[in-house]
Ligand binder design. Sequence first.
Ligand code: F6R
Length: 260
Amino acid sequence: MEVIIAETYEQMGKSAAQMVAQVINTKPNAVLGMATGSTPLALYRELVRMHREEGLDFSQVTTFNLDEYVGLPVTHPQSYHYFMHENFFKHVNIPAQHIYIPSGTTSNYEAFCAWFEQRILDCGGIDLQILGIGSDGHIAFNEPTSSLSSRTRLKTLAKQTIDDNARFFDKREDVPIYAITMGVGTILEARKLLLVANGKNKAAAVAAMIEGPVTGMITASALQLHPSATVFIDKDASGELKMIDYYNWIQQMKPGAPKH
Ligand code: F6R
């Protein structure tokens, strides 16, 4: 796992965006996996800026979102459909028919999940999956004790996640209890993983993900099993890492490292 520590949240977003842009520039019809939440906002802002000012072209890109709350219509301001539209899709040129977000209102969740997994395969698999991390160590909505081989499915949110996400809703009781989420197994099949994390409240989960054992209790620790996972964090989120000097040393020594 490559660990890149930025001074600030905005810088974290900028360096993560560089990696996304590199994937699109190398493969204009790349398939991107998208995350919601407050963490990737700086990354999306920078991608929008690159699109406007540098001509970063999304016209052949396809996207698959990680998750969606069950029961919220797409027009609900807290639905992930709405979030993605407002914060990213309406500012770039991804064709609407290339955008896939799990449905939180389907009448048949099992059939929808199977269809969603098949669409990912039919589109050639995900080239780069963007991820955030929950304070309980989850990726997507794969809560503690999720199988590390899990696939897209309906999931009951942990109380910790409901508490964390209550900040976006008027009342805690308004936070949906269920979500539809890609599984850890689905995520691990992406060719590259990019995880962003910021803030002191993520420091323990970040340390467990990078330096702890691989465990279903911290589903983000499954990134240790992936051959190409890069973690972009800000200073606050790096506070509990034991090997921080090594991660910084690797980055400093990078320009002189032997080329393969
Ligand atoms: C969202 C998602 C979640 C969030 C995580 C962190 O699509 O998959 O795993 O990434 O809950 O959320 P924030 O960024 O709001 O702290």
